[in-house]
Write a new protein. Sequence first.
Length: 202
Amino acid sequence: MSSKILLTIDDCFTDSSAKMLDFFKEKNIGAILFCIGERMQQFESSNIVSKTIKDGFIIGNHSYTHPIFAQRTPMQQRQEVLKTEEIIQQAYRNLEISRPRKLFRFPFGMSSFYTRNIIRHYGFKSPWSGLQKHWDWHAELLDGHSVSSEEMDVNIDKCVKKARAYKRTSAIVLGHDCPANIDNGIFEKFYQKSIENGLSFM
């Protein structure tokens, strides 16, 4: 049975990211942020990207425009990965901070044969053994759009149960950098429920 949760957040950044990250820092939650390249560029004038890195959160690659990869040409797929890679690398270089590791997660969790080969070739890492170098997850928190408080509570309960049932060291839980999630307090509620059930966060 797992006793630890590794929280991963997709679709960063948004106007609500700072509030979310402040909560993670307060609770010592070492979340991994899978970032969309064009959003990183949109928030370049703010300090959110640099603050994220300085605060010790790891930034992963979540493509440049968040497409379904199988619906793109091989060249477009390659550019989705490499364009965001350059943005992430530059963010670390600007701060003179060494990038801890190269991580990639497919938008919607939908991979393509071509891009799986690309991320293997460019040295991306994942917690899985063998050829899989992209990140999946064991449990997923609901996206906050039009979700009732009752639905949220049921979803949080399911995520906690899945995390506790996972047999290895840490269960990977997926959340989203979505203003509705942050406004609804889903991360605070998930954190509290997890702690009550004897789980801790990496």
